[in-house]
Design a protein around this ligand. Sequence first.
Ligand code: AN7
Length: 398
Amino acid sequence: MIKCISCGAEYSLEEIIYTCKECGSILEVLIQPNVSKDIFECRKSTMWKYKEFMPVNESKIISIQEGGTPFIKCNRLGDDLGVKLYVKVEGSNPTGSFKDRGMSVGITKACELGVDTVGCASTGNTSASLAAYAARAGLKCIVLLPSGKVALGKLAQAMFHGAEVLSVNGNFDEALEAVTALALEGRLYLLNSINPFRLEGQKSIGFEIVDDLGWRSPDRIILPVGNAGNISAIWKGIREFHQASFIEDLPRMTGIQAVGACPITNAFRKGAQEIVPVENPETVATAIRIGAPVSALKALRAIYESDGYSETVTDEEILDAQKLLARSEGIGVEPASASSIAGLRKLVDSGEIDRGEEIVCIVTGHLLKDPNTAINACKEPISIEADVESLKKILDDL
Ligand code: AN7
């Protein structure tokens, strides 16, 4: 069933609905299969390993083998910071971000419902993912992108997979409002994370983390927060495995935002349950340049329920952390993703995170999503003649 997270009103899984008809709040899909975790054992490592927990018809699944992403122990960086650090590399998904997990379920649901057109507003990754999954399912796709604020790799993907790409004069929040209005008129099936089926896919990140750790939780999960879907989804996944008694403990959910786009952190600092939207959000991490996150209520609940935390990081701290992860561990991520590492550093420094804690940082998108920011952060390549003597001179100076 689909249930309102505020007033508890219930809706059928077959209904196309994005917000509660009774109170206007956001919805979640409830599913609690009665299975043993032993059934997962010999299955291939994709998010569909946990298919019993996915609210779609198994015979209709639209997949490009999303999930089952690398879970990397980072000793060098962890030792430097005095914590036990793992990084969950979501850039290894088919289109290079965690959005593919949600899109696989969302597009499968679209096919079950028999819609012919899907759409979203996006800071980039959602559109790249939707374009690819719509192509795989043979659906028409329209995406609204804030003009001039989408990283090049993401734009290339949305265009190349054949979506109708609209460059909107306005920011993400405004584009989302416009496309939501279109969806409410029944003109397209909305696949932003206000659609609760998206979060059903993304909760598999939580499943994989506790599975990767041998059926237990880390002390803390740290991740970037933009539209606030992912932190809500991961907490939902972990709670489902906890309710199923697959794990005994729970992690503290720790959401990181950019200083220029931090409505969730602002609310957390006040102990509030609701956000005050940030007008004109701004950050180098364009993926999380969002002022009015739709899943704010769920995200704040996840943070409070898990005794978690929320912190902001500056653009400079984000870019430093991006380089640090790339150069100390060989893991290339886009700026938004690096905010989890930047947040970890900050919370270790402030004493919020204790020495020796076991931390999982989720890095949400691949370095190549935003090549311009990466190139701008580096010195120019050295120009030389193709002869051995000049090469030797450079090696000597290294
Ligand atoms: C790399 O693509 O909102 O808090 O429209 O691309 O679940 O929104 C992207 C978000 C973190 C934030 N990291 O996740 C979009 C979009 C990356 C992202 C986030 C996004 P949510």
